[in-house]
Design a protein around this ligand. Structure first.
Ligand code: NI
Length: 166
């Protein structure tokens, strides 16, 4: 297990368009393991490779409470989306800040797994939000670019349910 350093806003690496991952080898497996470990240690629900300085189209997401819902996505693409949800969003590369962001309520994402097999997965709610957020990272986009407004320190402390934020 290796925890990688998460880069934060101001680092150019977060603004680059990442290249497709073409090799499904041991190095990829190590990177995926490290990314999951790094995400769990930071108590995040998603992490994209550029956040650890690797400009490849790779991301991990796990919105479960017990680390049992890990999704490893290589070369992911949203192929269908519908509905809307407006709620709270943060990012491990933007520490201490949160914003109100509108995302699709439901998405179908297509990606390759660590063996190079093509997978389609449907996601909704918070998982759909996390997937959209991570795929944005692969194109150099941060939630700061698409947010409606930033939350105040007081709002960040409060536990307003996801969809009650306007
Ligand atoms: Ni992020």
């Amino acid at each position: 297990m290796a925890i990688r350093k998460i880069i934060t806003i101001g680092d150019d690496g977060l603004r680059k368009i990442c290249r497709p991952q073409e090799k499904f080898d041991r190095r990829l497996a190590v990177l995926l393991r490290d990314m999951a470990d790094t995400m769990y240690k930071a108590e995040g629900v998603g992490l994209a490779a550029p956040q650890v300085g690797i400009l490849r189209r790779i991301a991990v997401v796990d919105v479960s409470e017990d680390h049992a819902g890990l999704i490893e996505m290589i070369n992911p693409e949203i192929i269908e989306k519908d509905g809307e949800q407006t709620g709270r969003e943060g990012c491990l590369s933007v520490p201490g800040r949160q914003a109100v962001v509108t995302r699709p309520r439901h998405v179908t994402v297509q990606f390759q797994n660590r063996n190079g097999e093509t997978i389609q997965r449907e996601a909704e709610g918070f998982e759909a939000r996390a997937i959209c957020h991570e795929i944005d990272h692969l194109d150099g986009r941060l939630y700061l670019d698409v947010m409606e407004r930033e939350l105040t320190a007081e709002e960040i402390q409060s536990h307003i349910p996801e969809d009650d934020l306007e």
